[in-house]
Design a binder for this molecule. Structure first.
Ligand code: GAP
Length: 464
């Protein structure tokens, strides 16, 4: 049973230190969220799992970390300055402003009227100014990147030559992106500042691009299930031609059931696009248009690729799986949410996070906090585990309360130190999901936990 709605997660997230509303002491900043002690661990674990899966476990992907602020010309030639728009309309009755494509039945979501102004474009790139310049100096204008992808395209040749790569190969990047969303909302689902995990997979222009889109869709479905997402809560959406971005020949969105309580429960978790050779050629100095004119007179580089085997030079095509860290975190939290009733008839929340994602892997709990030998042993166990896994020590309540607290934040193992531990040098390890307990020697504890914390296996990649 996943969470019944996003609000359940908002309240759990605030209560237990995953996510707080940002700038709360000044009344908040609509749609901005801060990740607390457990939230930052969960985000880091998602990003690390992704990086390990793509960059370490495969042989065909390199990682980079490019700047957030790039030369403005990047956004001119990528098409973002001209086309990265939302279409806005105003309600003539209540003066509310909305995205034209999000209206239901053409009715104003505030007052129900249907009297609209003409739709007009609004560029959603967030602007900033570089250097100590006059307010109206247009040369200082810069953008906070709306996608991490462009930082990869402009580094294609650097990575390819430095790492001596041959096609096909990919470049992965994780980092912040910014969009001046007109209607942010639904917790961390749509915010103006968010994190992306993007990978650009470069292939020959004669590769079977549509099959490669299907391949990456399958790979990501596997990966999401390794993070604990139920396949039933994922849905594939083939984006219709008229909705495709300017660079895409085909896009498949993986949707998640973020709104189980609604008639339309799905929202995009990520997209997998065949971006053609649009980006590499648009940033290249040698690419000519149909009339033989350079399409980019500002570029100083040619981002084409020379294929040694065919002795041909071309602009590679790109298959791009683009995922959001925050939307993955929200999906993972919703899917992990469950409730269980104990012998006394009390209902407990259990966050059944995949062990690799759990913010805390083991909680060490002394059964008698007024007994110095037990407390000392528990603290020593915590210290000994810390180098290999994230462990905490807690003695701030009775054992039932301590177990409940750890279940609610998804800690896979609670380790209790009791009177007998002083005699037999063993502790009780309690499993979060089954509440079963077993006795383990302290000397075997780290190895025992590490074995049980292993990530769910992801199928090895098929060769492309
Ligand atoms: N480079 C392609 C690209 O950026 P996108 O579908 O616009 O494609 C990719 O974004 C992913 O980034 C989305 O599927 C979503 O997970 C995440 N994302 C996009 N806008 C977001 C926002 N305003 N808030 C949170 N996540 C967002």
């Amino acid at each position: 049973m996943p969470a019944p709605n996003i609000d359940t997660i908002v309240s759990l997230a605030k209560r237990r230190g995953f996510v707080f509303p940002s700038s709360e002491v000044y009344g908040g900043l609509g749609s901005a969220w801060d990740y607390g002690p457990l939230g930052v661990e969960l985000c880091n674990n998602v990003k690390q799992a992704w990086w390990r899966w793509l960059v370490y476990e495969r042989d065909d992907i390199e990682g980079i970390d490019s700047s957030i602020i790039l030369n403005r010309l990047v956004w001119k030639y990528s098409g973002h300055e001209a086309t990265f728009n939302d279409w806005l309309i105003d309600c003539r009755k209540c003066k509310g402003r909305f995205r034209a494509d999000k209206l239901v039945d053409n009715k104003c979501p505030s007052c129900g009227a249907s009297d609209w102004t003409e739709a007009r474009p609004f560029n959603t790139m967030l602007q900033t100014k570089l250097g100590a310049v006059a307010d109206d100096d247009p040369t200082a204008l810069a953008y906070l990147r709306p996608e991490t992808a462009q930082g990869i395209f402009i580094n294609f040749l650097n990575v390819q030559t430095a790492m001596r790569r041959k096609l096909p190969f990919g470049i992965a990047q994780v980092g912040k992106s910014f969009r001046n969303e007109v209607t942010p909302g639904n917790f961390i689902l749509r915010t103006r500042e968010f994190e992306q995990m993007e990978m650009e997979y470069f292939v020959s222009p004669t590769a079977e691009h549509s099959k490669l889109v299907d391949y990456w869709v399958e790979q990501y479905l596997e990966w999401f299930s390794s993070l604990g997402l139920d396949r039933e809560n994922l849905y594939l959406y083939e984006v219709p031609k008229e909705e495709l971005a300017h660079y895409s020949n085909r896009t498949v969105d993986i949707m998640y059931r973020y709104f189980p309580e609604r008639e339309k429960p799905w929202e995009e978790l990520m997209g997998i696009a065949w971006r053609t050779d649009f980006d590499l050629s648009t940033h290249s100095k040698n690419k000519l248009d149909d009339e033989g004119k350079r399409i980019n007179p500002d570029s100083t580089e040619d981002l084409s690729y020379f294929d040694e085997s065919t002795k041909q030079r071309f602009y590679p095509h790109v298959i791009e799986p683009a995922a959001g860290v925050n939307r993955t975190v929200l999906a993972v939290l919703m899917d992990a949410y469950s409730e269980k009733t104990n012998d006394k008839g009390e209902t407990r929340v259990i966050l059944k996070l995949s062990p690799q994602l759990a913010p805390i892997k083991a909680a060490i709990l002394p059964l008698a906090k007024n007994k110095p030998e037990i407390v000392g042993m528990a603290k020593a166990i915590k210290r000994s585990l810390q180098p290999v896994l994230r462990a905490v020590y807690d003695d701030t309540g009775g054992i039932g309360k301590l177990y409940a607290r750890q279940d609610e934040i998804g800690t896979p193992f609670c380790i209790t130190v009791d009177h007998q531990s002083l005699e037999d040098e063993a502790v009780t390890v309690r499993d979060r999901d089954t509440w079963e307990q077993e006795r383990i020697k302290v000397t075997d504890l780290a190895e025992h936990l590490q074995k049980r914390l292993k990530p769910y296996p992801v199928a090895p990649p098929e060769t492309i």
